[in-house]
Design a binder for this molecule. Structure first.
Ligand code: GLN
Length: 258
């Protein structure tokens, strides 16, 4: 009796093995392994007001993310198409199957992971505080009770609401709108990612970035949860771009001191 069960189990294992083997070879033609929203096109969703990751130069969206996406698309044999939208809409566009990849200096968070998959990370971001020169805000703790401007639905928005109360947080659609409000004295500080912060401070005299950092984060591309084949392809492309120095070169071009 025992022997019979054993041999049945053995047959079952063999069959599983065959099935596994069969599906393995079926996906062997790897070119057709992933699909995109539009055939032959990698549609990137972004918010193009986040220098140096994405911003307009004339009518063209340029920046670190735009160049990385182009390099990934090239590796995958796809044409890149960039769609500019509110930051708040990017995850929805990806999860609703309207865009293939959200690339927007987007921080990996557990909450976002419920709606999208994240690629391997390609950059680090830091939430920093911008204040007017001579402000009495010297550290992150000094933000207590102050009016803080943030970009809607960003991690800066989420942290500030948690730490300082929603009643003290003013949400703006674009980081630049928050900076303009700071310049006109409507708010006391802006919490935003370090690289855009540097860009804004560089073109707006009278503003400074606090030395103390608020939160350190990882940036990654957001992809549709169902499309794990595209996720793997993007990760493969990113790994190659990392290994051959392309990724570093792109980041150096926009952030020379790095
Ligand atoms: N890194 C921040 C976030 O993911 C801000 C990104 C952005 O504004 N483009 O929420």
């Amino acid at each position: 009796m025992k022997k019979k069960i054993l041999s049945l189990a053995l047959i079952a294992v063999c069959m599983l093995g065959l099935v596994a083997c069969g599906s393995g070879s079926a996906s062997g033609d790897s070119d057709a392994a992933f699909t995109t929203v539009n055939k032959g096109v990698l549609t990137m969703a972004t918010n193009a007001y986040f220098p140096p990751y994405e911003y307009y130069e004339g009518s063209e969206v340029v920046g670190i993310d735009a160049e990385i996406a182009k390099a990934v698309a090239d590796k995958l044999g796809l044409t890149l198409k960039i769609e500019d939208m509110e930051f708040d809409s990017i995850i929805t566009a990806v999860s609703a199957g309207k865009a293939d990849m959200g690339l927007a200096g987007m921080t990996v968070t557990e909450e976002r992971k419920q709606n999208v998959n994240f690629s391997d990370t390609y950059a680090t971001g830091v939430q920093v505080v911008i204040v007017p020169e001579g402000s009495d805000i010297k550290t992150v703790d000094d933000l207590q009770g102050k009016k803080i401007g943030v970009q809607l639905a960003t991690t800066g928005d989420i942290y500030c609401c948690d730490d300082f109360g929603t009643e003290n947080v003013e949400e703006y659609n674009k980081g630049n709108d928050a900076v303009m409000a700071l310049l006109s004295g409507k708010i006391d500080a802006v919490v935003i990612d370090n690289e855009p912060a540097k860009s804004y401070v560089a073109v707006n005299p009278g503003l400074v970035i606090l030395d103390t950092e608020y939160v350190t984060e990882e940036y990654a591309a957001a992809l549709n949860k169902e499309n794990t084949a595209l996720l793997e392809a993007v990760n493969g492309a990113l790994a190659e771009l990392k290994a051959d120095g392309t990724l570093d070169a792109i980041i150096q071009k926009y952030i020379p001191a790095n």
